[in-house]
Design a binder for this molecule. Sequence first.
Ligand SMILES: [Cu+2]
Length: 131
Amino acid sequence: MKTVRSHRRQLLLPAVVALLSVTLAGVPAKAAACSPESTTLTLTAFDNKFDKDCLAAPADQDFTIEFSNLDRNIPHNVAIYEDASAQKKFFRGDLTDGPGKQTYSVPGLPAGTWFFRCDPHTEMNGTFVAG
Ligand SMILES: [Cu+2]
């Protein structure tokens, strides 16, 4: 039993080290797709698309998203998650019936590069930069 266990550990450690170095070295510091300019953001949904694929807000500061939905009879929203898996939610705006407008008040996000989408139409999505 003991030999099997230590053997496993010997295999695991190099694998973890390899994974870490790929993670750290393999991704060049990519310039953010957009950068924060204001705590008042705007976003429009039209023809089942957002007009932006990148939103940005200062980290750790509450902000608003002035959301316009121009699609008649198609509800859209804006939700912000850690990543595209949508497992960790930062914010989920109520659905906005179209045509209509709604201002979302969003609590400050930690610094990082996150993900936003429309929940009913997950192909409507983009990058959210908090920095
Ligand atoms: Cu939608």
